[in-house]
Design a protein around this ligand. Structure first.
Ligand code: ATP
Length: 311
């Protein structure tokens, strides 16, 4: 089973409005509410791939209850640490072809709650063979919190796919207990290294050879429609994709993480791991919903992904 961690989940609300009026009343008819957060998207895609997943993290209040209801409705097993504060709402107003977002920052966790989550995390590891950790940390937790989770998983010999950014990712890379996989996109890679990483093979090679990534088994730099650049086991790979009809690319990175998790958990070959991850990413872009893929199309697009091992 795969454990999918989301430390700061949300209810994502979208308000489609024909014409958004500032400083006036805007009425909405078709409100769409979903359980959101990167790790929940990962869990959703893993379930669609018919693999077992357990969603965990921290949530609370009525919004937390709603998230649990939604997960249960979607047949996603879940076991979250419950806190007294409310989880957050993230609102997207879709108007005139634009998207205006209002993102609550969510609860501030105490150090006791942080410790309680680490205990829960450790106990859940007994049930799983791979962990995905996605997204940002809630307020109140130290920036080395993901490193603490890596230490615990490392002691139990459970590999971790870490898909985060900024300081919490950087902290996690500075210690001997490395994630097994990271999946930065180009912007996250540049931010992490503090330089603008170009999309040529030589600049990507130089970037992934940075000492920060020493000891990480898979560095998957996702590049949207351009596919990905990967370093694994001392080898470099360039992956290219077919032309596809993109409907909504949001959450493609999470779908890619789900594909990586499922293929790695099944001990697939390098080529199958990379083709699976790219295919689930692509399939997510072809659906309107975030974290949804149509598995009936999997084989067709899987066969069109090209993996090239570079010299
Ligand atoms: P997000 O933050 O929206 O979850 P991301 O920035 O982490 O995404 P991307 O690099 O945009 O991740 O996309 C991940 C993968 O999804 C790509 O490697 C690719 O397989 C697929 N993908 C994304 N955008 C496109 C696209 N326009 N055409 C084809 N495939 C795409």
């Amino acid at each position: 089973m795969i454990l999918a961690v989301t430390m700061n989940p949300s209810v994502d609300i979208s308000y489609p409005i024909d014409e958004f009026k500032l400083n006036d009343v805007n009425r909405v008819e078709n409100v769409c509410k979903t359980a959101g957060g990167k790790g929940l998207n990962v869990a959703r895609v893993v379930v669609q791939m018919e693999e077992e997943v357990l969603a965990t993290g921290v949530l609370g209040g009525m919004i937390g209850e709603y998230i649990i209801q939604e997960l249960t409705k979607g047949s996603i097993q879940n076991d979250f640490l419950k806190i007294n504060q409310e989880s957050r709402n993230c609102i997207a107003i879709l108007h005139e072809g634009k998207q205006t977002e209002i993102l609550e920052s969510g609860p501030t966790l105490s150090s006791e709650e942080g410790r309680a989550f680490l205990q829960k995390f450790e106990s859940l590891l007994a049930k799983v063979s791979l962990v995905t950790i996605s997204g940002s940390l809630p307020k109140g937790l130290p920036t080395d919190f993901y490193h603490q989770m890596l230490e615990i998983s490392h002691a139990k010999g459970i590999p971790v796919i870490l898909d985060s950014s900024g300081e919490s990712l950087k902290h996690a890379l500075l210690h001997p207990e490395k994630p097994y996989v990271i999946k930065p996109n180009g912007t996250e890679l540049s931010q992490l290294l503090g330089i603008e990483v170009g999309d040529t093979i030589s600049s990507l090679k130089k970037a992934v050879d940075n000492y920060l990534f020493n000891g990480i088994e898979w560095i998957v730099v996702s590049m949207g429609g351009e596919g990905a650049f990967v370093k694994h086991g001392g080898n470099y790979y360039r992956i290219t994709l077919p032309e596809i009809n993109v409907v909504n690319p949001v959450g493609s990175g999470d779908a890619t993480v789900a594909g990586l998790a499922v293929a790695l958990n099944c001990h697939q070959t390098v080529e199958v791991v990379l083709k699976t991850a790219m295919t689930t990413g692509m399939l997510n872009t072809m659906e309107a919903g975030t974290g949804f893929i149509n598995m009936n199309k999997f084989k067709r697009y899987f066969n069109e992904v090209k993996v090239e091992k570079l010299d």
